[in-house]
Design a protein around this ligand. Structure first.
Ligand code: GLU
Length: 494
């Protein structure tokens, strides 16, 4: 028998920016599909109009593309099983809900929000768990006619079996069984005609031929309701896989959407766009997210995208939560940056400079790459480290020029000597500069740290910069001489 083609979906609700937790879910679905030569479907669950955020969808699509998680069916590209926006499928859900009503598996409920609120209040007072009391499940024809005559628009609720248990298997969590008496007669279709998550999700997973459902653990408690729906429709349920929760670095709380602070005081990044804007490489984030709940052999940390596809296996997904380590991500990112080819890294840095409003030219950036590659953990680190290269004027407190155990006079002498020596150099390359400046430092009786520290501040405006001689070569003779002269002027003035 031919094996069924794997079809998985990522089904986000556009209620906010694309969260890394969602990205991990999308990645696992994508890897699973690619591993099996299957299809990765993107479905937009946008039926909750009260939580809808117009910015969320473009942010999501951009984030998925940036991570390289391209979908085979879904928004913008369509597919055989569309439409892929649930808001375009409302009529489908309505028809299926009506079918269940006709078959006596669901019923119309006319209870007003006030009645339901009162009911909850009474239940709370009595200390019993809140839930619908099934008032409308047993209405007579006459009562229904009466409500209809009053013009009350009903919701549709599932008639959950009163006895017995609902059971299913989760690939990671094993057999799960829930007593039906603990389940509420859930709403399937709201009075505005829109479906609830449960109804739309089940219908679409079925109609779109989904074979495996990989989603966050927080959805596990919804599965019994879904089982009842699949059963009511007479459909086979896809294989269930509930992925482990992602915890914050302390391991104590969920990595939520609400912003928390890291021990160092920085805000925890949680949206995919924030990682992009902070200068993380998508391949580093993908590698990192892949390991948040999955491992190959418990020790290998670095995987190319192709290796991830080759090795990804649901059997190796963990049941227990994983903590999000920003340090580990940063380390991974730095490693990925170090391993990028010069042209590739330069190209990415060009984007970072452009976004920061710095007019960098590719020739200079290509020269800078070898100097900074080992010193940056994120692409953005390059900004602070190299901005002086692209600025006409630099500014810094003149006192910074004076190094330890030096004073104004000796610093002035050093700067003037450097200017004179550099003016006369035949070549202005890294090697020549190093040779000549080391010799000059000795002649002046200065320690390298003193002499080069003073030159560094004069030419870069910083105490920390890329390696000095390479940097001076990139700046070029004219600019270096001008900055040395400006340093002298600044010192004279204090
Ligand atoms: N729309 C749900 C969400 O926002 C989908 C959950 C599921 O995958 O079933 O995550």
């Amino acid at each position: 028998m031919a094996e069924q083609t794997v079809r998985v979906r990522f089904a986000p609700s556009p209620t906010g920016y694309f969260h890394v937790g969602g990205a991990r879910t999308a990645l696992y679905n994508w890897l699973f599909a690619r591993h099996h030569g299957g299809r990765f479907i993107l479905r937009i669950e946008d039926t909750d109009r009260t939580r809808y955020q117009p910015d969320a969808l473009p942010d999501l699509l951009e984030g998925l593309r940036w991570l390289g998680l391209c979908w085979d069916e879904g928004p913008e590209i369509g597919g055989e099983y569309g439409p892929y926006y649930q808001s375009d499928r409302v009529e489908i859900y309505r028809q299926y809900a009506e079918q269940l009503v006709r078959e006596g598996k669901a019923y119309r409920c006319y209870c007003s929000p006030e009645r339901l609120a009162r009911l909850r209040e009474e239940q709370r007072a009595k200390g019993i768990p809140p839930g619908y009391d099934r008032h409308c499940r047993y209405l007579t024809r006459e009562q229904i006619a009466e409500y209809e005559a009053q013009g009350i628009v009903p919701v549709i609720r599932l008639a959950v079996p009163l006895e017995g248990t609902t059971e299913f298997d989760d690939l990671l969590r094993g057999h799960i069984s829930v007593e039906n008496r603990l389940l509420d007669d859930l709403v399937l279709l709201k009075s505005d005609g829109f479906p609830t998550y449960h109804l739309a999700n089940v219908i679409d997973d079925h109609l779109m031929g989904i074979t495996h459902i990989l989603r966050g653990e927080e959805w596990l408690s919804s599965v019994p309701k879904h089982v009842l729906l699949y059963r009511a429709f007479g459909w086979e349920m896809p294989i269930q896989v509930h992925l482990p929760t992602i915890l914050d670095p302390s391991g104590k709380g969920k990595l939520s959407k609400r912003k928390k602070k890291l021990p160092g005081g920085q805000e925890m990044l949680t949206f995919v766009r924030e990682f992009r804007e902070a200068g993380y490489l998508p391949e580093a984030l993908v590698n990192f997210l892949a390991l948040l709940g999955w491992s190959y052999d418990g020790q290998t940390e670095f995987f190319t995208r192709d290796e991830l596809i080759r090795y990804f296996d649901l059997q190796k997904v963990s049941k227990s939560p994983s903590s999000f380590s920003y340090d580990k991500l940063e380390h991974m990112n730095a490693t990925y940056i170090r391993n990028l080819g010069t042209n590739d890294l330069a190209g990415r840095l060009m984007g970072v400079y452009r976004r920061a409003g710095i007019e960098a030219d590719i020739g200079t950036v290509l020269q800078l790459v070898p100097l900074i590659r080992e010193r940056i953990k994120t692409l953005n680190d390059a900004l602070a480290l190299t901005d002086f290269v692209f600025q006409e004027e630099i500014s810094y407190p003149a006192e910074e020029l004076i190094q330890k155990k030096m004073d104004r006079t000796s610093t002035l002498a050093a700067l003037r000597a450097a200017e004179a020596r550099l003016q006369g150099l035949e070549a202005f390359d890294e090697e020549t500069l190093e040779r000549e400046l080391r010799a000059l430092g000795e002649e002046l009786g200065l320690k390298p740290r003193q002499f080069f520290g003073c030159l560094r501040v004069a030419c870069t405006g910083k105490r920390v910069s890329p390696p000095l001689f390479g940097t001076l070569a990139i700046l070029g003779r004219e600019r270096v001489l001008r900055r040395l002269r400006q340093a002298v002027e600044a010192l004279v003035e204090i």
